[in-house]
Write a protein that binds this ligand. Structure first.
Ligand code: HEC
Ligand code: HEC
Length: 344
C-alpha cells in the first residue's frame, strides 16, 4: 500500500467544498429568496395523502354495510366485473376462496397449476382492497367514491368472496380486523413470474471479486410476452420494460414525430383497452379502421359511438362512455383510426 504524501489540509477539500456549496442552500431554506411557489395548504396535502396502511392507519371515519354495497355495486361496478364479481372480461374480483383457506390463512388455489387470482385469494390485508377501490374504481371515474361508499363496496366485495356474512357492516375499526384467507400466504421466496424460479430481489452483498460493470436488465417470460401486443406502444410508455421487444410492431424510424392521433390515444388511455394491432379488451385500432374503411358516414357515426360507449358491435364487452373528452380530440382520434392508425 502506498502512503499518501498529500499535505493534511488538502485532505479536507471535500469538507471545505461542502461548506462553501452548502451554506447558501441552508440559508435559502430559512428565507425563500426567489419568491417562487407557496406552502401547500392542509387541504392540498389531504388530497394527496390518501394511502391506507395494512393496520388501518390512514382510514377515514365512516361505515358501510354489505346491503348498501350491493346497491352501489350493481349500479357502478357490475357492468364490468359481473353481477357476482365473477366476470373475467375486465377482471374477476371474486372467486377462488376454498373451504379451509380462512382457518389456514393460505389460499390453496394459488399453490395449484391453475391458480385463481382474485382480491379474495391474493390479498393478505382487507385494508388494501379499501385503498384500491377508493383510489382506482370505478375505472372511468376513479376517486369519486366517498368513504362510506367505499366501506360499503369493500364489505360487499368481501361478501362476494365468502369472507363476510350478508349482514356485516365495516368501519375504520372493524375493517383492519377482517382476516383474509391468504394472510399467511405472502412470501418473497420465489420468482415473480416463474413458479419455482429464484427470488428476483434477494441477494447477498458482494465483498470480493465483484463485477466491475453492472448492467441492469429485465425480461418477461415467453408466455407473457405477446399477450397484450407491443407493450412499448401501450400504457407502459411511462414504465418501459427495458431491453425487451414484444409483439411484431415495426421498428420506429428515428427522428420522425409521433402521430398526433396516437399521442391522444395514449393521453386519453384508449390504449388501456385497444392495441394498435391487437385486440386488448376492445378491438385493435387497425381492425376498426379496416372495418369502416370507405363507409361514407363512418367518421360521424364513430365519434358519436365513442362518446356514448356501449357494446355489441365487437362482442359483449362494453366501452365506457367517453363523453368527457373534447369533441375536437375525439374527431382527431377517429380520423386517425380511419387513416389506418399510423404510430408516427
Ligand atoms: C369500466 C369498467 C370498470 C368498472 C365500471 C369498474 N371496474 Fe374495477 N376494474 C376494471 C379494470 C379494467 C380493472 C383492472 C385495472 C388494472 O389492473 O389496472 C379493475 C380492477 C378492480 C379491482 C382490483 C382487482 C384485482 O385483482 O387487483 C377491484 C377490487 C375493482 N376493480 C373493484 C371495482 C369496484 C368496487 C367498482 C365499482 C365502484 C369497479 N371496480 C368498477 C374495470 C372496471
Ligand atoms: C375500458 C375499455 C375501453 C376504453 C378505455 C376505450 N375503449 Fe373503445 N372500445 C372498447 C370496447 C370493449 C369496444 C367494443 C364495443 C362493441 O363491441 O360495440 C370498443 C370499441 C371502440 C370503437 C369501435 C366502435 C364501433 O362502433 O365499431 C372505437 C372507434 C373505439 N372503441 C375508440 C376508442 C377511443 C378513441 C378511446 C379513447 C378515447 C377508447 N375507445 C377507449 C373498450 C374501450
Amino acid at each position: 500500500m502506498s502512503r499518501s504524501i498529500e499535505p493534511r489540509w488538502l485532505r479536507l477539500r471535500p469538507l471545505c467544498a461542502a461548506l462553501v456549496l452548502g451554506l447558501p442552500w441552508l440559508a435559502l431554506g430559512a428565507e425563500p429568496r426567489f419568491g417562487l411557489g407557496r406552502p401547500a395548504t392542509p387541504q392540498e396535502i389531504a388530497g394527496w395523502d390518501i394511502d391506507v396502511r395494512p393496520d388501518g392507519q390512514g382510514l377515514p371515519k365512516g361505515s358501510g354495510s354489505v346491503a348498501r354495497g350491493q346497491e352501489l355495486y350493481d349500479a357502478q361496478c357490475a357492468s364490468c366485473h359481473g353481477t357476482f364479481g365473477e366476470d373475467n372480461q375486465y377482471m374477476a374480483i371474486a372467486g377462488g376462496v376454498q373451504q379451509g383457506d380462512l382457518e389456514r390463512g393460505r389460499a390453496a388455489s394459488l399453490a395449484t397449476d391453475s391458480p385463481i387470482r382474485t382480491v379474495g385469494t391474493r390479498l393478505n390485508h382487507a385494508t388494501t382492497l379499501w385503498d384500491y377501490i377508493h383510489r382506482a374504481m370505478p375505472f372511468a371515474r376513479s376517486k369519486t367514491l366517498t368513504a362510506d361508499e367505499t366501506y360499503a363496496l369493500t364489505a360487499y366485495v368481501l361478501h362476494l368472496n365468502d369472507i363476510l356474512p350478508a349482514d356485516a357492516t365495516l368501519d375504520e375499526k372493524s375493517l383492519p380486523a377482517v382476516k383474509m384467507p391468504n394472510r399467511n400466504g405472502f412470501t418473497t421466496d420465489h420468482g415473480f413470474m416463474r413458479k419455482g424460479g429464484a427470488p428476483d430481489v434477494r441477494n447477498t452483498a458482494c465483498m470480493s471479486n465483484c463485477a466491475t460493470r453492472v448492467t441492469l436488465t429485465s425480461e418477461l417470460p415467453a408466455h407473457a410476452r405477446d399477450s397484450h401486443g407491443d407493450l412499448s406502444e401501450q400504457v407502459r410508455s411511462f414504465a418501459p420494460i427495458r431491453g425487451v421487444r414484444v409483439g411484431e410492431a415495426p421498428a420506429k424510424a428515428s427522428g420522425s414525430a409521433p402521430s398526433p392521433g396516437f399521442e391522444l390515444a395514449k393521453r386519453f388511455a384508449c390504449v388501456a383497452c385497444h392495441g394498435v394491432d391487437q385486440k386488448v379488451v376492445g378491438p385493435g385500432f387497425r381492425e376498426i379502421g379496416t372495418k369502416y374503411k370507405g363507409e361514407s358516414n363512418a367518421e360521424t357515426r364513430l365519434i358519436a359511438r365513442v362518446r356514448a360507449g356501449g357494446a355489441g358491435v365487437w362482442g359483449p364487452v362494453p366501452m365506457p362512455p367517453q363523453a368527457h373528452l373534447p369533441e375536437e380530440d375525439v374527431k382527431t382520434l377517429i380520423q386517425w383510426i380511419l387513416a389506418g392508425s399510423p404510430t408516427q
